[in-house]
Design a protein around this ligand. Sequence first.
Ligand code: GLN
Length: 475
Amino acid sequence: MDLTSLNLVETKKLLADKKASESEIVADYMQRIADLDPKIDSFLFVAQDTKSENPSGELGGIPIAHKDVFDTIGMPTTAASKILEGYTPEFDATSVAKLKEAGAVSLGKLNTDEFTMGASTETSAFKQTKNPWDLKRVPGGSSGGSAAAVAADLCVFATATDTGGSIRQPSSFCGVTGLKPTYGRISRYGVISMASSLDTIGVITKSVEDAAIALEVLAGQDSHDATTGKAKVEQYSKNLKTDLKGLKIGVAKEYFVEGLDAGVEKVIRAAIDELKKLGAEITEISLPHTEFAVPTYYVVASSEISANMARFDGVRYGPTVKNEEVENLVEMYFENRTRGFGDEVKRRIMLGTFALSAGYADKFYKKALQVRTLIKKDFDEAFKDIDLIAAPVAPTTAFKLGEKINDPVQMYLADIFTAPASLAGVPAISVPAGFSEKLPVGLQLIAPQFAEARLLGSAHAFQSATDYHLKKPQI
Ligand code: GLN
């Protein structure tokens, strides 16, 4: 049997029934990584002699991998940036520690856009991850390594982060399930920050049920992260539904606009029909400020990025200059940061510094915060009448490697349908919903804050009626 094709629920059962041992499963994954990852390039670091610290835990013996922005004891953590080359953390991110305590086995670290800034994983300083469905195309981003590794069966599930779409969009592009919970549902402690008021920790899995099990392990308040919520962690995996009777689902007209690819729209409309067949009542709604989400997001995110990136000086790690190469301390910082950061990171530091600078802060940063509030209110208003929103994840399927990397505005537009939920801090999920010209398309479901049980329950109903999440790429 091909052990690596199994999802979390199936692998757990296999281990519980003693049909395979942890070491056999891990060995199979390591072999598959050795055979296939040279084609996919999803791993930045592969662990050696890795094993569970709690084989009888909830995730005992389950091979997973982490996006390379999660601090991991003893494993290099680079954020796919040269400026962190050579950094090996001495502590685990809260989420890494929780997964470890639950018994998960970490296979290594996965590629991402540099400091998670991007929508294709092409801004990584180290390698270009390929989409397992078509090796000439991007896996999406920034969690492209996580999505590609799960799609290619190189791990059972992967951790990931979503600031403006980085879990949902690569999940859509790679035909896997991607959960971005409510902002603050999972601790950010030990995850390298991009934009702190937006950064959300989540998972990319092979099914909704798998995501529900992972969320039960990961969610909860953490004294190391003051933004984590007090809301009770529910038994998400026990609340999965098989129909949607009595559920009101809103479809916002602002998500079906020019720029939405016709093939993607067809898949999403068919998915919405499926939700209706499952018993949901579909109503048209309006989220009037949607068109401002991308500009608002890029002002807020870049402003926070310019502050967060200030701590990287290239002194202890990275392509540090030699003393004799520079005249003084300022020149040293300048040179280290020039060599250590890639173009996209530099672009955002400059945009953010400008948006926050004296004389412009009111015009850009403060204005963006006001519009962010309006976007949040759109969701509050909508959720007075409906339970869930159904939408596309991205306007297109996976684009070709190199197609958008030299056109930042085109790349930013990939976030048009994911940035709104990020700005509002509401949970959202991408589930495989079909194919357009042989490339996967994800359906996005969005719920009110902390309504993960409803979100996962409904997404599971969709998966129990469809088989798109079971399809595998030929690699
Ligand atoms: N594509 C978006 C950006 O480049 C989202 C990135 C993310 O969610 N980390 O900012």
